[in-house]
Design a protein around this ligand. Structure first.
Ligand SMILES: [Zn+2]
Length: 359
């Protein structure tokens, strides 16, 4: 049985060899401070030094090379007593506090264990919510619906929780594998070179687009790859091809039509097709003009990716079909809203914006 603590310490050890010269000695485990602040799986108290603080530093170092401990350290839930409901990665490959930040904000007990949030009625699992205030915004209800859908597919063995380290080769953890992965990522170009954070885009959407570029969103294919049981891995739009990130946003006929209309609206060259989300952002960067206009075009690309995702969720979870035309109209509205609230860019009003004409 591999415990989370063992994996974290082994990981700290692996990284310590590489990133810092410190070696985390296993004996320090004994001094683990149980009362330290527990957040996102790593209890850190700024005033206390020790193994957990080192692990937290390791986390920061690993993030620089695109290895996210909170996502890679995944729990196969048995009874849920050892797993944090919101901050551990157990349900969809990403901690819920990251993938569903709107409802995380209103959750009363952010440290709740999975076991705190369900009860068994016969063989049925009943999930319980505990809010600071009831969800009332549309986004909040959408997130509740999405999580309920995922929870509906959970079955618990009742055994002890088991922790695994998720990597491309399988799930076996070894110090050597982490080292070679970190080494590999150091030599490839940093993703920040490709992706530029845009201050006019709301944080949740920036994070989502970044995740999409990194292939870290719960598409059907990704869920299946992470061991989640899904009815079908096929694209919900066309039903022809596996729903991968690149298919969902770029290669499927539906998003292709959307991108075509968006490019026509903002009067930039219309690409024949995109092969990936990264390629789209590159395209916006190269064809978006200069200065603020480039920022506007990139924002519109972010809004488009986001609306395609919401339309996809409406289809998957509510059976609602959204036309390409409607998605494009929503992109126009959403981008108008962000720019009016978050920038001083002069759009000369909604009528002009709808036709993308200024001055
Ligand atoms: Zn498709």
């Amino acid at each position: 049985m591999i415990s989370k603590r063992f994996l974290l310490v082994a990981l700290a050890f692996a990284t310590a060899l590489l990133v810092t010269s410190e070696i985390v000695a296993a004996r320090e485990l004994a001094s683990n401070n149980e009362s330290a602040k527990w957040f996102k799986g790593v209890p850190v108290k700024n005033t206390v030094s020790g193994v957990w603080k080192k692990i937290d530093n390791v986390n920061k170092d690993l993030l620089k090379v695109n290895v996210n401990i909170h996502e890679r350290l995944r729990c196969m839930v048995g009874n849920g007593k050892d797993v944090a409901f919101w901050t551990d990665s157990w349900l969809n490959g990403v901690p819920l506090c990251d993938s569903h930040s709107d409802i995380f904000k209103i959750a009363k007990n952010k440290k709740a264990r999975v076991a705190d949030n369900y009860c068994k009625v016969g063989s049925l699992l009943m999930w319980k919510w505990d809010w600071k205030r009831d969800p009332h915004r549309k986004e909040e209800w959408e997130e509740v619906g999405y999580v309920m859908k995922l929870l509906g597919e959970v079955s618990l063995s009742g055994k002890e929780d088991r922790w695994i380290w998720v990597n491309d080769d399988g799930v076996d953890f070894s110090v050597k594998k982490v080292r070679s992965e970190v080494n590999g990522n150091i030599t490839t170009p940093s993703f920040d070179q490709l992706f530029f954070w845009n201050s006019w885009v709301i944080r949740k959407v920036s994070t989502f687009v970044w995740r999409a570029c990194m292939d870290r969103i719960p598409t059907m294919e990704a869920l299946c790859r992470r061991g989640v049981v899904v009815a079908s891995t096929l694209c919900p739009s066309c039903g022809m091809v596996e729903e991968t990130v690149d298919h969902l946003f770029a290669k499927c006929e539906v998003p292709k039509a959307i991108w075509w209309q968006i490019c026509r609206w903002v009067k930039i060259p219309i690409p024949i097709s995109f092969a990936s989300v990264g390629e789209m952002l590159d395209f916006a960067n190269e064809n978006g003009g200069e200065g603020n206009m480039k920022k506007v075009i990139k924002l519109i690309f972010h809004a488009t990716i986001w609306r395609i995702w919401l339309a996809r969720n409406d289809k998957v979870f509510k059976g609602i079909n959204t036309s390409c035309y409607k998605v494009v109209e929503e992109v126009k509205e959403l981008s108008f809203l962000w720019i009016s609230n978050r920038s001083r860019f002069n759009m000369a009003g909604w009528e002009m914006w709808k036709n993308f004409r200024f001055g």
